[in-house]
Write a protein that binds this ligand. Structure first.
Ligand SMILES: *[C@@H]1O[C@H](CO)[C@@H](O)[C@H](O)[C@H]1NC(C)=O
Ligand SMILES: *[C@@H]1O[C@H](CO)[C@@H](O)[C@H](O)[C@H]1NC(C)=O
Ligand SMILES: *[C@@H]1O[C@H](CO)[C@@H](O)[C@H](O)[C@H]1NC(C)=O
Ligand SMILES: *[C@@H]1O[C@H](CO)[C@@H](O)[C@H](O)[C@H]1NC(C)=O
Ligand SMILES: *[C@@H]1O[C@H](CO)[C@@H](O)[C@H](O)[C@H]1NC(C)=O
Ligand SMILES: *[C@@H]1O[C@H](CO)[C@@H](O)[C@H](O)[C@H]1NC(C)=O
Length: 433
């Protein structure tokens, strides 16, 4: 093991709260649960965390590709007596994969100014801005799926400058990361409690509420059966060491291998080069990202999708109307009937590793109401305005809504269900049994 004293540090960092604190052997939790809501104004998805000795409650956006938690909160700051900087050259600094060291003195030290502190960038994926400062730790309270609250000491995060909040929904104090690092929420809970680094995301639509479950547990009905018949696709690692200002480090992001796109039964003619990752530049491929409202597609893929979709819609007597930015194809909603999976429009399939494995999007995931009587195809053209390599397809939150997604990090697989609406359920019903 690379870090021989790690297990000692972990055991001493666990403490069970409430009635269990005096028990000889606290029950070992299997999984933890977090709520998920959607902010309809910003089209962002967030959860709630409790951090610090005073258990400051914060809403933080969920970032599948985020390295670690970052936030800015005056309420936390003024009560931050249990904040501890991660010092340069320590094992914790190595685990955090920090970049550089900051020297800053104030007495008493405050979260943004501590001496000899392991540092890194916190990234705002909505604006492409970043903030460099020290990494620290504090206690995080987490709820097990059995309903017991646990306290995790030494939970790593960055206290960011308030300017980094620009572009986040107004009720959000920062972002919590779930990426392939050793300091993401999933990685830290996994190592602290010795549970598998696995998490289930069930992202709600506007009207609902969803849940994230980190660890392994049985689910409520009918989700247990759904999870047993889920499709599985490999999570691919982007080998490039380059990063872009909007996505950060590409190697920590989750990519999947989309090989084809179909509208109805008709495949789109696509440039296959764009669908695979360019190992040298890191460009191309398909990333999955909760901080994007709608799936974005490379211009040539987007054009092909819009053309085919408009044709297939016309064949169903759906009337096209003027486009509403940022969408490229909009329709008169009076000409679209409704089904239990949403507006009755042609399906869009993302074909994966084999013919029989594809992610099918029905109307509830492909059509968005933009105003009175108008519905648009909920995909956008990627803006080639990045300083770094450009990913060809970025699967966004709208397309993930009301699907059960299971990320198994050690196995490097993504499990995904079909639309939950087909089973007359939704993410609001998802939970641990
Ligand atoms: C911690 O919370 C308690 C109870 O809400 C409050 O009275 C106290 O002032 C808080 N401490 C700090 C340092 O903010
Ligand atoms: C800051 O940390 C450095 C490196 O450990 C140390 O040399 C210096 O004395 C510290 N300064 C203060 C004010 O603590
Ligand atoms: C990107 O992440 C990988 C894995 O955590 C790490 O080894 C590498 O140093 C990171 N690169 C940058 C530029 O941060
Ligand atoms: C396909 O995409 C690649 C990468 O952008 C590009 O270099 C190539 O010219 C494209 N091929 C065609 C036939 O458009
Ligand atoms: C690129 O993106 C930045 C940040 O979103 C924006 O301010 C700028 O106007 C964009 N530039 C172009 C040429 O679109
Ligand atoms: C989530 O939605 C379910 C079903 O609509 C409801 O029973 C539950 O109370 C909601 N939970 C929260 C925290 O809003």
């Amino acid at each position: 093991m690379a870090y021989p004293t790690l297990s000692i540090f972990i055991i001493s960092s666990l403490l069970v709260l409430s009635s269990f604190s005096n028990a000889k052997t606290p029950p070992k939790p299997k999984a933890f649960t977090f709520p998920i809501w959607k902010d309809d104004t910003a089209n962002q998805y967030y959860t709630t965390i409790q951090i610090g000795s005073n258990a400051t409650t914060l809403n933080v956006g969920i970032d599948l590709g985020g390295k670690l938690l970052w936030f800015n909160s005056l309420e936390y700051f003024s009560a931050a007596d249990s904040f501890r900087p991660i010092l340069c050259g320590t094992k914790q600094c190595k685990i955090a994969d920090g970049i550089g060291c900051v020297f800053c003195f104030l007495s008493p030290p405050v979260p943004r100014c501590t001496n000899n502190t392991c540092s890194d960038y916190a990234l705002n994926p909505f604006t492409g801005t970043s903030d460099y400062s020290g990494i620290g730790t504090d206690v995080l309270r987490v709820d097990s799926t059995r309903g017991t609250q646990y306290q995790v000491n030494n939970f790593p995060f960055k206290y960011a400058h308030d300017a980094l909040l620009e572009g986040l929904a107004t009720n959000m104090a920062g972002l919590v990361g779930l990426a392939r690092t050793r300091v993401s929420l999933s990685a830290h809970l996994s190592s602290a409690f010795k549970i598998r680094e696995k998490f289930a995301l069930c992202i709600p639509s506007s009207r609902g509420n969803g849940s994230m479950i980190i660890g392994e547990t049985a689910y409520t009905k009918p989700f247990q059966q759904i999870s047993e018949s889920i499709w599985t696709t490999p999570l691919i690692r982007n080998p490039s060491t380059s990063s872009s200002e909007l996505v950060g480090n590409l190697t920590i992001q989750y990519f999947i291998g989309v090989k084809s796109i179909r509208v109805g039964e008709t495949p789109l003619a696509l440039n296959k080069t764009l669908l695979s990752i360019n190992k040298r530049t890191g460009g191309g491929g398909t990333m999955i990202r909760t901080v994007r409202a709608y799936t974005s597609l490379h211009k040539s893929i987007y054009t092909a999708l819009v053309n085919k979709f408009v044709k297939a819609a016309a064949a169903k007597n759906i009337k096209r109307v003027a486009s509403v930015a940022p969408f490229g194809a909009c329709f008169d909603s009076k000409t679209i009937s409704n089904t239990k999976t949403g507006p009755d429009v042609p399906t869009v399939d993302f074909g994966l590793q084999s013919k029989s494995v594809f992610w099918r999007f029905y109307g509830s995931n492909t059509m968005v109401r933009t105003g009175d009587g108008v519905m648009c195809l909920a995909f956008v053209e990627e803006q080639p305005n990045l300083s770094g390599p450009t990913t060809s397809i970025v699967v966004g939150g709208y397309q993930m809504e009301n699907h059960l997604l299971e990320f198994d990090v050690p196995a490097s697989t993504l499990g995904f269900s079909s639309s939950l609406l087909l089973r007359d359920t939704s993410c609001s019903q998802f939970g641990a049994a």
